[in-house]
Design a binder for this molecule. Structure first.
Ligand SMILES: NC(=O)c1ccc[n+]([C@@H]2O[C@H](COP(=O)([O-])OP(=O)(O)OC[C@H]3O[C@@H](n4cnc5c(N)ncnc54)[C@H](OP(=O)(O)O)[C@@H]3O)[C@@H](O)[C@H]2O)c1
Length: 255
């Protein structure tokens, strides 16, 4: 893996997982209780967010390495219920390579997976709920079916954020209120679309796969219209033709 931007010499060793973790560190403000929400998504060159129904076909070994590093840095991984259903989400693993750093930051051995859902149509017998190292979260709204909320509460920690639908800003505030400030979302596109429209996304880690997918797959963000938001390129890495861009919310949007 090589770094294309910034071009200034860097001592970070991108060949090691520790070096990658350093390159993707959350801002220091998370330790002061200020949440930072980053998304990690992969897209084809022509904007497809999935291939044959899943993101797997767009990924690569390096993409998976970065995916693992971003999880290892996070307190909570937010994911839309459809991605959980389509991709058979499992709990995040504790990995020996990151154990010491997580302990030093006061984090649990692995990130909690947080499923965002309105209907709670979830397989509560799946390993995501029966075998997590840290309890899985179910984030829903006050109008969710009461029986389903009760059933989910037996195997997961339920967080209610919003009345009719999960409200992105209320969700981020609720997570920060529990002390979870290193937030990561892995999509899918409909969840990301709402997060971007609500203006709560601080950072996008975008993997660009050197592939023309064709077809009618959605792009990585698929939701209601919101205010267009200017982002700044923080870094750009490359491996085997895949680009790994990191964009943060622009501090000077007028520039
Ligand atoms: N390219 C990538 O990086 C990437 C990443 C992830 C997934 N994917 C692909 O994307 C596809 C799935 O994505 P998707 O866009 O269809 O769905 P999604 O965003 O994963 O999930 C949508 C579901 O999330 C819940 N949800 C989202 N916003 C909500 C809100 N404000 N309030 C309440 N519930 C809310 C709803 O669940 P309920 O229906 O349970 O109410 C909704 O049906 C899969 O094919 C997956 O492989 C690609």
């Amino acid at each position: 893996m090589r770094r294309l931007l910034p071009t200034a010499p860097d001592v970070t060793d991108l060949t090691s997982l520790e070096g990658l973790a350093e390159a993707y560190a959350y801002p220091d403000s998370v330790a002061e209780g200020r949440p930072w929400l980053r998304a990690n998504m992969v897209s084809s060159l022509d904007g497809a967010a999935r291939l044959d129904g899943l993101s797997e076909g767009l990924s690569s070994e390096a993409d998976k390495r970065i995916f693992g590093v971003l999880r290892a840095l996070a307190d909570v991984v937010l994911v839309g219920a459809q991605t959980v259903r389509a991709e058979g989400y499992r709990p995040a693993r504790a990995r020996a390579e990151f154990a010491a750093a997580r302990a030093a930051r006061g984090q649990a051995p692995a990130a909690a997976i947080a499923v965002v859902t309105g209907r709670l149509d979830l397989d509560l017998d799946a390993p995501l709920f029966t075998e997590p190292l840290v309890p899985t979260l179910v984030i829903t709204s006050a109008s969710a079916p009461a029986d389903a909320v009760k059933a989910a509460g037996r195997v997961a920690d339920v967080v209610v954020a919003g009345d009719e639908r999960v409200d992105p800003a209320a969700m981020v505030a609720a997570l920060a209120g529990h002390g979870w400030t290193r937030l990561l979302t892995e999509g899918g596109p409909r969840l990301l679309g709402q997060l971007t429209a609500a203006g709560v996304l601080d950072e996008l880690c975008l993997s660009l796969a050197p592939l023309l997918a064709s077809g009618d797959a959605p792009r990585i963000s698929n939701g209601p219209a919101g205010q267009a938001e200017r982002m700044e390129l923080v870094s750009l890495l490359e491996e085997k033709g895949f680009l790994f861009a990191r964009y943060a919310r622009s501090v000077n949007p007028a520039d």
